[in-house]
Unconditional design. Structure first.
Lengths: 307, 364
């Protein structure tokens, strides 16, 4: 196995891992606040089309990114109003958001099918970004580095800051947090909006970095992998990176297994691994820790302050 | 003066029925505006999606065919949802059910007899139940969140399907297409019954709706399901085993999804291919909610969703919107219903605002 092959595989893994890492970081914060948003896939697609359309109109990828995040926030806010203000069922609302996002991105995206944007690659000097070895470090779009920064920032925020503590408290025991005087709805809304922004950016990664040509439903179900990743990481931000790269490795393995025709196990085996591992981890942490200090205690439950 | 929500003493019966109807009507208005804003012929798109499948009799078979699995799965999910068990992996159970039945078909390719189809149906139900039993067991034994586990297993099921139809069960005469061998005549149910437009699945769905209605309304088990969902504490006092109820509720959902899967495979697709998983398992969750978890409501909601699917295809050719836009309508309907749900439990009242001191603290 040549070094060139290893490097190209590594670059592929980074590309595959980044969007699920971004989306999972956002979803982790949402779930830590006690809300389960199953609309990740929908928010990603809405972000994807927003980023693509704005880049296409302005020729400015940064404007595209900002609008992708904003579109994600907008979609998430819709979810937030329903779930928090109107107390609707989180599972049903999240699923509806996913179906809505798939439909909306297809409807708006129809006009862009086959349209190409300038690729949004590395911002480092050409010599570094295309150096045979240097490209592992410098050859990526800014979103790759941003994803790393966000994981560490999120981990720090949740575990080292007072606001992070409040957010976790809201997720663990909303009634207590409420009685001390924290705004459960406010904290959760902020978390949901943050999750939407990162999901929007994750979607933009597909439409602006992975492929510069618009294709319908180009996220191909990766939003659900992001949900699996949060579970796999046991709701710990620091483990998201490990999980994202493990999942990315498995997905790359699947691609290579399919392409080469040489395989120890069928490619479907590798493709189903992220989900299987998430279920196993879920079972293990639930069994080891009944009641669970891992999963936020209020996850998925509506907040009803007075009866 | 301001509007305020006041909790009702009992959920409003009128609102239970009025809100789904209002949601559907409002969806049409919002849809028309959205399509108009995006440069399509809005009113025409709404007409094609919601009216054409109902007016044009040649579309009825399409509607009935799509309604059958939605109603079947929706019925089973409603039982779980009543017990507050959130099985969102029905799509996976639908797939595994169809595959189990296809497994029987694979093993009986040269056989004849009237026993084959019942055996396939049985295998389908058992397969769906078995796939649902995994999250059910994990839930009961280890308190594993069934929402997450059942969802994850759906994606595993998709890979199982892909593996089987590209590997061991691949049709040797299929020109290398990823699909199983076509079912033989002994393995096929008719597309429609007795020359009408009604597919066998719809008859089963209507029959099952009646059974579920009787079970939920008249039997102890139905009562148990309702009590465990509404008041787990009271259920324990009443001597109901919550774990057993949760387990059964999940299995019923899996069983109906598996049944829907094998009926679809045997009466419609006639084989399993990559296009077989069509998202019915997810849409059925909407059906279950839109139908207010009531068998009669589920039947109506299933038919309505089927109309929007078929209408989506009509609109695709008539107004040139992509097929997936039916999803916008389905989701909007559910959004509006969920939003209006508050009106069932609360009443909206115009009150004279009392002089309230503005405080810096957070108010709920």
């Amino acid at each position: 196995m040549s070094i060139d092959f290893l490097i190209s595989a590594l670059v592929t893994i980074i590309g595959v891992s980044t969007p699920i890492l971004l989306a999972a970081t956002g979803e982790l914060v949402v779930e830590k606040s006690g809300v389960l948003n199953l609309g990740v896939e929908g928010m990603m697609l809405i972000g994807a089309i927003a980023g693509f359309a704005v880049t296409n109109a302005t020729f400015n990828p940064w404007a595209g990114l900002i609008c992708a995040a904003a579109a994600g926030v907008l979609a998430a806010s819709m979810f937030g109003v329903l779930v928090l203000t109107l107390g609707s069922n989180q599972v049903a609302t999240g699923l509806a958001l996913s179906i809505f996002g798939i439909g909306l991105s297809s409807l708006i995206g129809q006009a862009y099918e086959g349209t190409m944007n300038p690729p949004f690659g590395s911002i480092f000097p050409y010599e570094l970004a295309h150096h045979p070895y240097g490209k592992v470090l410098f050859g990526h779009s800014p979103l790759v580095y941003f994803a790393f920064v966000m994981v560490f920032a999120t981990s720090w925020f949740l575990n080292r800051t007072r606001a992070g503590l409040v957010l976790r408290a809201v997720g663990e025991n909303d009634l207590s947090a409420h009685s001390i005087g924290y705004s459960v709805v406010g904290v959760r809304f902020a978390a949901i909006a943050f999750g939407g922004a990162l999901a929007g950016l994750a979607g933009a990664y597909f439409s602006m970095v992975i492929t510069p040509i618009w294709a319908q439903q180009l996220t191909a179900g990766r939003g659900w992998i992001a949900l699996a990743l949060v579970v796999f990481a046991g709701w710990r931000a620091s483990r998201l990176i490990f999980g994202a790269y493990l999942f990315g490795f498995l997905m790359t393995l699947e691609l290579y297994a399919k392409a080469s025709g040489y395989h120890v196990m069928p490619s479907q085996f590798w493709a189903s691994m992220p989900y299987l591992m998430a279920v196993v981890v879920l079972a293990v942490i639930s069994a080891r820790d009944r009641g669970g200090s891992y999963a936020p205690a209020c996850l998925g439950r509506p907040f009803v302050p007075n009866g | 003066m301001r509007l305020r929500f006041e909790k009702r003493v009992a959920p409003s019966q009128f609102m239970q029925v009025a809100t789904p109807v209002a949601s559907v009507l409002l969806t049409m208005v919002i849809g028309a505006i959205l399509f108009e804003a995006l440069g399509y012929d809005g009113p025409r798109a709404v007409k094609e999606i919601f009216l054409t499948p109902i007016i044009e009799s040649y579309k009825w078979q399409d509607v009935a065919t799509r309604a059958a699995p939605l109603i079947l799965i929706g019925l089973g999910l409603s039982v779980g949802n009543r017990a507050k068990v959130w099985n969102i992996g029905a799509e996976g159970q639908y797939i595994i059910g169809a595959l189990s039945g296809a497994g029987v078909a694979y093993g009986t390719q040269s056989a004849q007899g009237l026993w084959i189809i019942p055996l396939m149906i049985l295998a389908g139900i058992v397969g769906g139940m078995a796939w649902a039993a995994i999250p059910a067991l994990l839930k009961v034994r280890f308190q594993v969140n069934e929402i997450l586990s059942s969802l994850m297993l759906t994606y595993v099921a998709l890979q199982v399907l892909s593996y089987l139809i590209t590997g061991p069960w691949k049709d040797p005469n299929g020109h290398n297409f990823p699909q199983t061998a076509p079912f033989t005549d002994a393995q096929l149910m008719p597309h429609t019954l007795f020359g009408t437009f009604i597919p066998p699945g719809l008859v089963v769905a209507f029959g099952l709706a009646l059974v579920f209605w009787l079970v939920i309304a008249k039997t102890t088990f139905g009562y148990q399901i309702r009590v465990v969902g509404a008041a787990p504490q009271a259920a324990r006092y009443g001597g109901f085993d919550a774990a057993q109820t949760v387990f059964l509720a999940m299995l019923i959902g899996g069983g109906t999804a598996g049944l829907a899967g094998i009926i679809e495979a045997s009466s419609q697709s006639g084989q399993i291919n990559l296009g077989f998983p069509s998202g019915y398992g997810f849409t059925a969750i909407i059906v279950s909610f839109l139908g207010r978890l009531h068998p009669v409501g589920v039947v109506i909601a299933g038919l309505l969703m089927a109309v929007s699917y078929v209408g989506g295809q009509v609109a695709q050719s008539a107004v040139h919107v992509p097929n997936a836009t039916a999803g916008i309508f389905q989701a909007t309907m559910l959004f509006l219903l969920l939003a209006s749900d508050k009106l069932v439990r609360y009443r909206l009242r115009l009150v004279r605002a009392p002089a309230k001191p503005i405080t810096a603290g957070a108010s709920a």
